[in-house]
Ligand binder design. Structure first.
Ligand SMILES: C[S@@+](CC[C@H](N)C(=O)[O-])C[C@H]1O[C@@H](n2cnc3c(N)ncnc32)[C@H](O)[C@@H]1O
Length: 422
């Protein structure tokens, strides 16, 4: 494949994410042009798109003075090629002649972009001469204004900046071992870390030792905490609500618990079933709306990983900042409160419920839990340092866990609360 094909594929991934509002993973699965690439070409196209999405607010701000019309007024294919070109020039080690030349070539082979070749050439040449100094730009500028505003109002400028800086850093790939972390570390060339995960060098997951044999699955370190806090034991009956694609179901099942995994999305449950089959673990899988579904009898342990804005995983999915809308984010708390109420209904007296969301927004985390506590149907069981090896710094003054970035931390942001039925 030619260098132009790689740029065309990267631009296609950008239009699918930013203009069709798909996730990058989904775009990579559906883009025909991306799927003609193999090996390192595929890796390079993905790296360009991923870097563009990670830094998009900065890129668009720096592009604006180079254009005679606003970026949104440029057609989608040319806009994607512009972003593809400047990402190579400003953020990657691509030699300028290749970044400009191959991106302009890509336009020539793309009927909807062909007429913009000369414009693209002129802007990219100027972008090569007039390079922005991203180090002097506020990290908050990588986000759309609405997102910056809600994070600044929740955490102040410094806290929001820490979240933005976390997004600017390539996240480590972590595996959750089915049984022994040291064995998985030896098998994959990784390193066992406190909390039970294994940090591995980034690469093709399917090609790593132990993938096909199901010895591990990919899961962020912070995402391992909720299942740990439920203290799953052999013989426990556990209901895992909002379970797909199943990272936490696998953890609970690997501990020997009898798990019922409930999710309303059949396609996502297909992934959960694939994960169970690959790892040889067992769970009862139910497609249902957890607002309405009830177990045959109340259970002692429930995990509710509620649907959320997922703003705590932007470092892995930076496109989330651009494909989500403020109004959608505002709708989550009502759904979360309903689901927590339903989960409390399913819980036996004295039973334990873990509520978690992968977002730093208090409206989706502590506010939901405080409202449930105010009904007196549940009490909080404060998390202790011994409960969360490697994460004692994340225990909040109210006894929950909030894994905000800080120092040399390298994990997603989760809010987790442990509740007991009164
Ligand atoms: C954060 S994801 C769950 C991730 C999963 N627990 C894991 O560890 O892989 C939230 C899930 O909630 C599901 N969901 C959203 N609303 C639901 C509802 N009312 N009933 C059941 N599942 C729901 C979504 O389909 C999605 O799979």
């Amino acid at each position: 494949m030619s260098g132009a094909d790689i740029r065309r594929a990267a631009a296609d991934l950008l239009t699918l994410t930013l203009d069709s509002r798909r996730t990058l993973d989904d775009a990579m699965m559906t883009s025909q042009v991306f799927n003609t690439l193999e090996g390192s070409d595929r890796g390079f196209a993905r790296a360009i798109a991923s870097s563009a999405l990670r830094h998009l607010g900065w890129i668009d701000t720096a592009l604006a003075p180079l254009l005679s019309r606003p970026l949104p007024a440029v057609t989608a294919p040319i806009r994607a090629l512009l972003r593809t070109g400047v990402t190579q020039l400003w953020l990657m080690d691509t030699p300028p002649h290749a970044a400009v030349g191959e991106t302009v070539e890509a336009a020539k082979g793309w009927p909807e972009a062909r007429s913009g070749g000369a414009f693209l050439n002129a802007v990219l040449r100027r972008a090569d001469r007039e390079r922005p100094d991203f180090a002097r730009m506020s990290p908050l500028g990588i986000w759309p204004d609405w997102l910056m505003d809600i994070l600044v109002s929740a955490y102040g400028s410094d806290g929001a900046e820490a979240l933005a800086k976390a997004q600017l850093t390539e996240p480590t790939l972590y595996l959750t071992p089915k049984s022994d972390a040291e064995t998985v570390a030896a098998e994959t060339g990784g390193m066992a870390v406190p909390g039970g995960g294994v940090a591995v060098p980034t690469g093709s997951v399917e090609d790593m030792d132990g993938f096909a044999s199901g010895d591990w699955w990919v899961q962020d370190l912070a995402a391992m905490i909720p299942a740990h806090l439920l203290d799953p034991q052999r013989g426990d009956t556990i209901v895992d609500l909002c379970a797909a694609p199943g990272g936490k179901t696998l953890q609970l099942a690997a501990a020997g618990a009898s798990v019922t995994a409930v999710d309303r999305s059949a396609p996502r449950l297909r992934l959960l079933k694939e994960n169970l089959a690959r790892t040889g673990l067992k769970a009862t899988v139910i497609t249902a709306n957890a607002d309405e579904w009830r177990p045959p009898e109340p259970v002692m342990k429930i995990l509710l990983d509620a649907p959320c804005s997922a703003l705590g995983t932007l470092r892995r999915h930076p496109e989330g900042a651009w494909i989500k809308r403020e109004a959608e984010v505002a709708r989550f708390p009502a759904a979360q409160a309903r689901l927590l109420d339903a989960a409390i209904d399913m819980l036996a007296p004295g039973g334990t419920l873990i509520y978690c969301v992968c977002t730093p927004l208090p409206a989706e985390g502590i506010d939901i839990v405080e409202a449930a506590l105010a009904t007196d149907r549940v009490v909080r069981v404060s998390v202790t340092p011994a409960d969360v090896p490697g994460f004692s710094h994340a225990i909040t003054s109210s006894g929950d866990v909030l894994t905000l970035p800080g120092g040399d931390s390298d994990h997603d942001t989760f809010y987790i609360s442990r509740l007991k039925k009164a």
